[in-house]
Design a protein around this ligand. Structure first.
Ligand SMILES: [Zn+2]
Length: 263
């Protein structure tokens, strides 16, 4: 699940009118966009352009930093790309505005830094023990000292919590939904919250322990339903809806906070 926001437009090659000669097979030769290939857009700023031989439709995506990329499908034209971009200019401005307003996680964590923990922004506080500890939303974590960057130590704790908590929860939800699971692994993934293989292995991102329980459950249920339906068809979403009525709320939370969690 990428953290970029996307809008797309299905690319349907125009059928040539009967009286007109057939169009040339390619309007634009498929080629990687040169680094400087950009479309300027009056209000929303510049957008990088990328051509893709695999893309079947125009797609506009905005990264966490507000950088926008417009993908042109193989048979697409720059004229159509501009039209698509113009039709999305409001969405682009709104999305950039929303992303800019989202809280960001600090790169370096010290006493006083706010970090996401179990779905809430929590301040790292000093614990009163003789051995150095910090408190995060009522939970204590041992640290080497209170000075310096606490992030590597705390993230190692988070990963350990994830390895302890996420697999049993997955087995529990697998039992409740009657899905056969072979293996559950907790991984350090940068681009997705979870994945599954047709052989029945479910992989989960340890950062899910930083998300609220309902969002972590949604990812688990999403992957479990993939073991029934290995695609994102309507049938798949109907299965998700049946076992996780709050899935849209969860998707929204994950989309809005993925950037803060480094995804
Ligand atoms: Zn999926």
């Amino acid at each position: 699940m990428p953290t970029t926001e996307q809008q797309w437009f299905d690319f349907a090659p125009a059928a040539p009118a009967a009286a007109e000669p057939a169009p040339a097979p390619l309007l634009v030769a498929p080629r990687p966009a040169p680094a400087g290939d950009r479309l300027a857009l009056d209000e929303a700023g510049e957008v990088a352009v990328r051509r893709s031989a695999k893309a079947t439709r125009y797609r506009l995506s905005v990264g966490r930093d507000g950088a926008a990329v417009l993908t042109i499908p193989m048979h697409g034209s720059e004229r159509q790309a501009r039209q698509f971009l113009e039709s999305q200019s409001d969405w682009l401005a709104r999305t950039r505005h929303r992303l800019a307003a989202l809280p960001r996680s600090a790169a370096v964590w010290t006493i006083g830094t706010s970090v996401l923990w179990r779905g809430e922004w929590r301040t790292i506080d000093r614990a009163p023990e003789a051995t150095p500890h910090v408190v995060l939303g009522g939970e204590r974590f041992r640290v080497r000292g209170h000075a310096g960057d606490l992030r590597p130590t705390l993230e190692a704790h988070f990963r350990r919590v994830a390895r302890i908590e996420l697999p049993p929860r997955t087995w529990e939800l697998a039992a409740v939904t009657g899905v056969e699971v072979r293996e559950v692994v907790v991984r350090d993934q940068r681009t997705r919250w979870g994945s599954c293989s047709s052989s029945g292995t479910i992989s989960l991102n340890w950062r899910l322990v930083q998300a609220p329980a309902f969002a972590a459950d949604y990812i688990v249920l999403h992957e479990l339903m993939h073991l029934r339906e290995m695609n994102h068809s309507e049938r798949f979403w109907a299965l998700v809806e049946a076992v996780c009525p709050r899935w849209q709320e969860a998707e929204r939370w994950l989309k809005n906070h993925g950037g803060a969690l480094g995804l």
